[in-house]
Design a protein around this ligand. Structure first.
Ligand code: GRF
Length: 197
């Protein structure tokens, strides 16, 4: 019986596509749901094109009532039989209450070499710091933003003339390799860190 994976997105879902397309053959997991907080998220169409069930839980009607939004989110995930959650470009901060219900079963990909640069604008920050390398991290989600145990990292060189966009594009290519590699191990109960690049 495959492990059921729900993927949460807010935008284009390129990481969702990489994850979904990796769950084939002898992979221990299969995608059971792609859920977005944004009704028109481009990733929803990509999921439908792959025959993956989709759902939308729009956070706006909840008018800042995070607990109510997350209660609906949780209900949809439970209904879908999700056993692992992969946050993939999901741009809502989850409260400790929600995280506690899924701790140990929820992953996120962050576009920096954690613990460096938690939060936003990671590539601009790396460039401003004059870093020689950048990258991405997959970590377990805990109540502290971008601070859970790291399960994988991928490194890329910073090149002369890089802009935040050119660096983001280079990192994104590694995200699409790293996240599937970590999920495959994680779904089989293996937490040995993955290191790429
Ligand atoms: C990626 O850079 C990822 O690291 C961050 O969201 C961005 C967009 O991801 N979490 P996607 O293309 O929507 O998967």
């Amino acid at each position: 019986m495959s492990v059921r994976v729900a993927i949460l997105i807010s935008g284009g879902g390129s990481n969702m596509v990489a994850l979904a397309d990796s769950m084939t053959g002898d992979h221990p997991a299969r995608p059971c749901l792609v859920l977005s907080n944004v009704p028109g998220a481009g990733g929803l169409q990509k999921a439908r094109a792959r025959g993956i069930p989709t759902a939308v839980v729009d956070h706006r009607p909840f008018k800042g009532d995070r607990a109510a939004f997350e209660a609906e989110l949780h209900a949809v995930l439970v209904q879908a039989g999700a056993e692992i959650i992969c946050l993939a470009g999901f741009m809502r901060i989850l409260t400790e209450g929600f995280v506690r219900r899924w701790q140990g079963r929820m992953l996120n990909i962050h576009p920096s070499l954690l613990p460096k640069y938690p939060g936003l604008d990671t590539h601009a920050r790396a460039l401003n710091a004059g870093d020689a390398e950048a990258g991405c991290s997959v970590h377990e989600v805990t109540a502290d933003l971008d601070a859970g145990p790291v399960l994988g990292q991928a490194r890329v060189p910073v090149k002369p003339g890089d802009t935040p966009d050119s660096l983001a594009a280079r990192v994104l290519e590694m995200e699409h390799r790293l996240y599937p590699a970590v999920l495959r191990r994680f779904a089989s109960g293996d937490r040995t860190p993955v290191n790429l690049g």
